[in-house]
Design a protein around this ligand. Structure first.
Ligand code: PSU
Ligand code: MN
Length: 304
C-alpha cells in the first residue's frame, strides 16, 4: 500500500481532495544546493510566496524513511542543518526507505512523490541535465528520464551552464518533453536570461500554459514539461563573469576528481565562492520568481 510509505500533511491533503492548487517544492536545493542558514530562510520564504499567490506549498523530502509531503519547522531545520541527509534521486528511494534515513529529494525524486500525492505543478531553481563531456562520462541527470515519464510540470530558471544546455535540450526533444519559454523565446541559463538556445514554444500567460498542461495529459501524453522562467532582469548576472566562474569551478572539480552525485553540489558551492556570494543571491531570487509563476499556474490549472 502506498499510504504505508507516504505521509501528506493534513492541509495539503485537504487542498488536494478539494481540487485546490498545490505547488510541490524540492529539498535537494535546501540540503545540498544552498548553505545554512540561507537555505532554511529561502525555503520558508518560497512557501510564503506560494501562499501569497493563491496555492498551498508542499515541500517534499524523506524523513526517517517516510516520503513526506509538506514539512513543518522542525523538519525543515533537520533538512537544512544536519549532516546525515542523503541526496535522493529515483534510484535511492527504496534504500532510504528501507534504512529509515533522511533524504533530500532531487527534481526526479520530488516529481515521483508529487505524482504519488496528485500534485501537478512543481517549482525549483534549475533542473539537472546532460553534463559537459557527457560523451565520455555518461553523466546525465535522472531528472531528464523523470521528465520523460512522470506527469508533473516543472517551473525552473532553465539549466545552468555547468551543464551542456544544447545536449540537454536535444535529450528532452528525443524524450518528447516540451520545453517552454515563459515570456521569452530563449531557454534561460539560470543565472542569466540568455543561453543562446531557443525554446520550442513561447508562452506569455499562465492561462495558456495551464491549457497546454491539461491538453497534454488529457490526450494521454505521459511525462512532464519544462517551463523555463527567466531570472528577473534586476537579479541577472553578467554573462561573461558567471561563465568564467563556472569554467573555473569545472576545472577545480576535474582536478579534485569530483564525479557523479557530488558534481552539482560541488560546482554550485564553488561558483558561489568565486562570485563572492553573488550567485547565491541570484539563485535565491530566481527560486522566488519560479514559486510565483508555479502558484499562478497551479491556480489556473485548478480552474480548468
Ligand atoms: N541545480 C541547481 N541547484 C540544485 C540542483 C540543480 O541549481 O540544487 C539539484 C536539483 O535537485 C537537481 C539535482 O534535481 O541537483 C540534479 O543532480 P544530478 O545531476 O546529480 O541528478
Ligand atoms: Mn549526475
Amino acid at each position: 500500500m502506498l499510504s504505508e510509505y507516504l505521509s501528506i500533511k493534513p492541509e495539503i491533503e485537504e487542498a488536494l481532495n478539494n481540487g485546490l492548487p498545490v505547488v510541490a517544492l524540492e529539498s535537494t536545493i535546501i540540503s545540498h544546493g544552498m548553505p545554512y542558514p540561507e537555505n532554511i530562510k529561502t525555503a520558508r520564504e518560497v512557501e510564503r510566496i506560494v501562499r501569497e499567490n493563491g496555492a498551498v506549498p508542499a515541500t517534499i523530502a524523506i524523513l526517517k524513511g517516510k516520503l513526506t509531503v509538506g514539512l513543518d519547522e522542525k523538519e525543515l531545520e533537520i533538512l537544512g542543518n544536519s549532516k546525515d541527509v542523503v541526496k535522493a534521486s529515483r534510484r535511492d528511494l527504496p534504500f532510504i526507505i528501507a534504512k529509515e534515513m533522511n533524504g533530500a529529494t532531487t527534481v526526479a525524486a520530488t516529481m515521483i512523490i508529487a505524482a504519488m500525492a496528485g500534485i501537478k505543478v512543481f517549482a525549483t531553481g534549475g533542473i539537472g541535465g546532460v553534463h559537459r563531456q557527457a560523451q565520455e562520462t555518461f553523466d546525465i541527470s535522472a531528472d531528464l528520464q523523470e521528465l520523460a515519464n512522470t506527469d508533473v510540470a516543472v517551473v525552473c530558471a532553465g539549466a545552468k551552464s555547468i551543464l551542456d544546455i544544447g545536449l540537454t535540450l536535444e535529450y528532452l526533444e528525443t524524450q518528447g518533453v516540451p520545453v517552454i519559454g515563459f515570456g521569452t523565446d530563449e531557454f534561460p541559463a539560470f543565472y542569466t536570461r540568455k543561453s543562446g538556445f531557443k525554446t520550442d514554444y513561447r508562452v506569455d500567460s499562465e492561462t495558456e500554459l495551464a491549457r497546454a498542461l491539461k491538453a497534454k495529459w488529457d490526450i494521454g501524453l505521459k511525462g512532464g514539461l519544462v517551463i523555463g522562467n527567466p531570472i528577473p532582469y534586476e537579479y541577472e548576472m553578467d554573462y561573461n563573469n558567471i561563465n568564467n566562474a563556472i569554467n573555473e569551478a569545472l576545472v577545480e572539480a576535474e582536478n579534485n576528481g569530483i564525479k557523479g552525485k557530488e558534481a552539482t553540489p560541488f560546482l554550485l558551492s564553488k561558483v558561489k565562492d568565486i562570485t563572492k556570494g553573488k550567485s547565491l543571491e541570484s539563485n535565491i531570487q530566481l527560486v522566488y520568481n519560479n514559486a510565483r509563476l508555479a502558484a499562478k499556474l497551479a491556480l489556473e490549472l485548478s480552474r480548468l
